[in-house]
Design a protein around this ligand. Structure first.
Ligand code: COA
Length: 173
C-alpha cells in the first residue's frame, strides 16, 4: 500500500528496536506514553496485539527507510469498526508523513477490511495530532474531562471518529 511518499508494509519483529526508540522519546512519552519501556515490555505488547488480530504496519519513506508505524486495533467486524493509532520517529515528524500514512491506512480499513467507522482517542494537549486528524476528516465525538495525567497536569481526552461515507465525501478525487 502506498501514499505519495510513504509505503506501508508489515511491521516485523526486527522493527521493535526502532519502535522502542520512538516510544522512549520524551515527546512521545508526554503525548502517548507513560514512562520509558524496556525492549521486552514492548515486544510483549506487540505479541499481544498480533494475537488479538490488530493490523500492524510499518511506514517507510521514499528512501525505504523505516520512519514509524500505524495500526488498526480492536477490529470488530460485527460492528464494522476499528481504532487507529500512529507513531512516527522523532526526526520524521512535521513533514506531512503522518497525514499520508494515516490516509493509506484508512483506505485499507474502508476499502479492504470493509469497515464502516474508524475512531481514535487523543490527549487534549496533542495539538498537532488533533489538527492532523481534523484535516483528514475526523470529527470530535466527545471528550472525557481531565482524563489523562501527563507531566504533572490533567488533560481532557478526545474521542474522534470518521464514517466511511464522510471519508468518501472528503476524498472524492
Ligand atoms: C502526530 C503525528 C502522527 C503527526 O504526523 P506528522 O507527520 O508529524 O504531521 P504532519 O506533518 O502531517 O502535520 C499534520 C498537520 O498538523 C498541523 N500541525 C503541525 N504542527 C502543529 C502544532 N504544533 N500545532 C497545531 N497543528 C500543527 C499542520 O498544520 C499539519 O497540517 P498541514 O501539513 O496540512 O499544514 C506525529 O507527529 C507523531 O508521531 N507524533 C508523536 C506521537 C503521537 O502524538 N501520536 C498520535 C497519538 S494520538
Amino acid at each position: 500500500m502506498t501514499g505519495q511518499r510513504v509505503r506501508l508494509r508489515p511491521f516485523e519483529t526486527e522493527d521493535i528496536k526502532e519502535l522502542q526508540r520512538w516510544s522512549n522519546d520524551p515527546v512521545s512519552i508526554l503525548l502517548v506514553g507513560r514512562a520509558p519501556q524496556a525492549y521486552e515490555q514492548i515486544e510483549r505488547q506487540i505479541m499481544s496485539k498480533r494475537q488479538k488480530g490488530d493490523l500492524l504496519l510499518a511506514i517507510e519513506n521514499e528512501e525505504n527507510k523505516l520512519i514509524g508505524w500505524v495500526f488498526l486495533k480492536d477490529i470488530e467486524h460485527e460492528h464494522g469498526r476499528a481504532g487507529i493509532g500512529i507513531l512516527l520517529a522523532p526526526e520524521a515528524r512535521g513533514q506531512g508523513y503522518g497525514k499520508e500514512a494515516m490516509k493509506a491506512m484508512i483506505r485499507i480499513g474502508f476499502d479492504q477490511l470493509r469497515l464502516h467507522k474508524i475512531y481514535l482517542t487523543t490527549r487534549g494537549l496533542n495539538e498537532q495530532a488533533i489538527a492532523l486528524y481534523k484535516k483528514i476528516g475526523f470529527v470530535i465525538e466527545g471528550k472525557l474531562r481531565e482524563h489523562a495525567f501527563c507531566d504533572g497536569q490533567y488533560y481532557d481526552t478526545y474521542y474522534m471518529g470518521m464514517l466511511k461515507s464522510e471519508w468518501q465525501i472528503s476524498n472524492k478525487s
